[in-house]
Write a protein that binds this ligand. Structure first.
Ligand code: ATP
Length: 759
């Protein structure tokens, strides 16, 4: 009790200091606002003198001065504003843990209080340490006793004599307990027994040791995290972003960090975590969005198409080939041949007439010696073409259309054409020439622009040429394919391209070829790339991302058991990754403990896998999953309704996860008049509270209190390659899992009868 009193007193003191700091900061803010007003007033004194050179110079100088002042004020204001936010957050919850640490060589034991941000009332007197500070790492890493922790100056040894955890609400300590474990199980239990919500939560107070390793790793060029469903991969990685922004503050901005996520719904699900921790959000994208940004004119197949479109065996084998690293290398080899011959151009046209033919462009392109790279060739070709076009201006000035245009000029058009130019001409001819030149230059501007944007490259034709020749650069037989089957595949791609569409299989190679031909050096200012659900990427895509972000460190998270798009190929992914990144630069972290689901659900989900050995359930008890096999659709609906009512009574929410979108629509059609039911049709929707009906491929990464797996019948889930899908669906459930099936249960759900209840 004494301890509680002591801690409450200390807390009161800290809160008081926070309030004092808030008042000080308020003053700063209003001072900054006042200064701002003065700067604004200053603009009125900036005289725009533009008739003379010295006048212009003077104006520029005073503008520059104003800008400088503006910048300083803005900086002051921003930091004061930022500080206001930090203080507000600290006021709500100043800290969540205390560790007592005695550094080696020191005779003092120092209590360290850990919170979401650092706070000191005077220089070097830290009342709260940021959870990302080097010393805070101890809290997550070790129990009592001797410890080591990393500091910018090197490894430090110390002794931990106390670990204490707090829950603080409205300025009062509601719970306090001491522990000798890493992060006490009780605290973790409290954290994970909560209900699901439409937004992911931060795990800052209960980060586990293995997770902490992921969060604080700064060495690896490739950090590969293999973790079971619900093992906190995504949670840990969001903390990692926050950590990196802190660790490299001043040198790293949120705009230099990109997170590739599986779908938009997931983006929406995680986008509160960083702002709630007081950090800016990183750039979040799906690979789909990335490609559409790069190639807006080509439409990539949607997730639904990728998941549901039936494919023949031959198509599947082609897909395998196109996802391989060997195919990536094939693009590179093909591109090399373009140094000698074979580049495809489009002629440069003006008003429908061909000004420079393809052959002419090719002649220029290949007129440079073999030491030129593709990008240098393109660069000098572009320059030559621009010069050539400039040369056309004088011949074009004599064209009939120009004469006609001049004759038809109205007074206004005449004025705006000449703009600021002096209007005194020697004679009529000089006037005519001046006008003609301006008219032709105007008309040609778009052509010049196209040339400078290298539109004369015919990338579509180039890509088709590559597809046709690819068998020269890759061994088809390795993929059980022959020339004829390959060429049939090429025809299918061609058909798609006619309607400006591409599959993901083709889209990435297309972008890569485009980049290589243009000599792109990638997006070099991006420093960290995070890829969630890595198992759904192909080695080709990963090699491409590495090429695109050459300066970035990669963190890849995945669960090979949830490979619902790439299926069995995902198994070799890690090996292939090690070919992209050298072994010394890569680190693999495995997370085996799952936190999302109750022990009963985890055990059941694990049994669905053939080799689910490396999954440890967290000890949290709940009801066993139920399996109910019924005769018809109506009874399935009935059972679902009963389950939803039960979950609702406990203030929890249910998701019905169907295999396909069509099924989701079908279920929605009969349930739409029930209370609070929403169907998720596309990834661009938002998650809302209430009952959700979601197709499986959109449920990736999400979690729900209760999950109803819809129609797990033999008819619906047949092949062994759907095992991972079944596992992914089952592992979305936190407290309750209900499997419904119509007719006969899928053999994929044949697990030990002790693991579930049959209804
Ligand atoms: N250290 C932790 N403390 C508290 N809760 C945690 C911790 N780690 C994970 N969780 C909780 O476990 C659940 C699953 O975490 P998360 O979604 O990050 O897992 P995941 O590995 O990305 O899962 P999946 O692969 O299935 O998408 C979340 O509710 C998360 O809050």
């Amino acid at each position: 009790m004494q301890e509680l009193e002591y801690e409450q007193k200390r807390l009161d003191g800290v809160l008081e200091s926070i309030h004092t700091a808030q008042i000080e900061n308020e003053k700063k803010l209003s001072r900054a606002a006042k200064d701002q007003a003065e700067v604004d007033k200053g603009w009125n004194d900036v005289r725009f003198k533009s008739s003379t050179y010295s006048g212009l110079f003077e104006t520029a100088m005073s503008v520059r001065q104003q800008q400088q002042m503006l910048k300083e004020r803005e900086l002051a204001q921003n930091s004061a504003e930022h500080q206001a936010e930090v203080l507000k957050r600290l006021d709500q919850n100043p800290y969540f843990a205390r560790i007592d640490v005695q550094d080696a060589g020191s005779d003092q034991v120092e209590p360290i209080y850990i919170g979401l941000a650092s706070f000191s009332d005077k220089p070097d007197n830290f009342l709260v340490y940021d959870w990302r500070a080097p010393i805070s790492s101890i809290y997550y890493d070790a129990g009592l006793g001797p410890v080591k922790y990393e500091t910018p100056e090197g490894t430090q040894t110390a002794e931990v004599t106390l670990k204490r955890q707090f829950q603080i609400e409205d300025g009062k300590i509601v719970t306090l307990f001491d522990t000798d474990e890493v992060v006490g199980d009780q605290m973790l239990l409290n954290a994970v027994s909560g209900e699901s919500s439409t937004k992911m939560k931060s795990i800052v107070t209960t980060i586990q040791r293995e997770q902490n390793k992921i969060i604080r790793n700064t060495k690896a060029k490739l950090l590969f995290v293999q973790g079971a469903a619900g093992s906190g991969k995504t949670s840990a990685v969001l903390q990692r972003v926050a950590y990196l922004l802190y660790r490299y503050r001043g040198n790293l901005t949120a705009g230099q960090v990109i997170m590739f996520s599986p779908n938009q719904l997931f983006n929406d699900y995680i986008n509160q975590v960083l702002p709630e921790m007081g950090e800016q959000n990183m750039i979040q994208m799906t690979f789909y969005q990335y490609t559409s940004r790069r190639l807006p004119k080509l439409k990539l197949e949607t997730l639904q198409e990728r998941f549901e479109r039936p494919k023949t065996d031959e198509e599947n084998r082609i897909t395998d080939l196109k996802g391989s690293k060997a195919y990536f290398d094939a693009v590179g080899q093909y591109a090399k041949t373009l140094n000698q011959h074979g580049i495809r151009f489009r002629s440069v046209k003006f008003q429908g007439r061909e000004l420079i033919s393809k052959d002419e462009i090719a002649e220029i392109y290949y007129s440079f010696n073999e030491n030129y790279s593709l990008s240098q060739r393109l660069e000098v070709t572009r320059e030559k073409l621009v010069n050539k076009l400039r040369g056309y201006v004088s011949s074009e000035m004599r064209a009939d259309w120009v004469e006609e245009a001049i004759q038809n000029l109205s007074k206004d058009e005449y004025d705006s054409l000449l703009g600021d130019q002096v209007r005194e001409f020697k004679d009529e001819k000089a006037e005519y020439n001046a006008l003609a030149k301006l008219i032709v230059q105007d008309a040609m501007r778009p052509v010049l622009q196209q040339v400078s944007r290298t539109r004369f490259l015919n990338i579509n034709a180039q890509f088709v040429d590559f597809l046709r020749k690819a068998p020269q650069f890759i061994t088809l037989a390795d993929y059980d394919l022959d020339e004829a089957s390959w060429q049939r595949g090429v025809e299918r791609t061609l058909q798609q391209m006619k309607s400006k569409r591409l599959n993901l299989d083709d889209m990435t190679p297309f972008m890569y070829l485009f980049d290589v031909v243009k000599g792109s050096h990638g997006e070099r200012d991006i420093r960290f790339i995070f890829i969630d659900e890595i198992q759904d990427y192909t080695p080709f895509q990963l090699a491409f991302l590495q090429f695109t972000f050459p300066k970035a460190r990669f963190t890849m998270l995945g669960d090979l058991n949830q490979a619902i798009f790439t299926k069995e190929n995902a198994r070799s992914l890690h090996r292939e990754l090690l070919e992209l990144f050298s072994t010394e630069e890569s680190e693999l972290v495995q997370l085996t403990q799952t936190y999302r689901s109750t022990q009963q659900i985890s055990d059941f989900a694990k049994a669905l896998l053939l080799d689910g050995a490396q999954i440890d359930a967290f000890e949290r008890s709940g009801a066993k999953p139920t399996i109910q096999v019924v005769d018809d659709f109506e009874t399935m609906v009935q059972s679902a309704r009963t389950q939803i009512q039960q979950t609702k009574a406990q203030h929890e929410t249910t998701a019905i996860i169907t295999k396909t979108l069509a099924e989701a629509q079908q279920v929605y059609a009969v349930m739409q008049d029930d209370e609070d039911v929403t169907v998720i049709r596309t990834e661009n929707q938002r998650l809302v509270p209430g009952t959700l009906i979601v197709p499986s491929y959109l449920a990736k990464g999400l979690e729900f209190d209760a999950v109803i797996m819809w129609d797990a019948s033999e008819q619906n889930y047949q092949g062994d390659d759907e095992r991972q899908l079944v596992y992914t669906i089952a592992s979305r459930a936190m407290h309750q899992l209900t499997v419904l099936a119509q007719g006969k249960l899928s053999p994929l759900l044949n697990v030990d009868a002790a693991l579930f209840e049959r209804k």
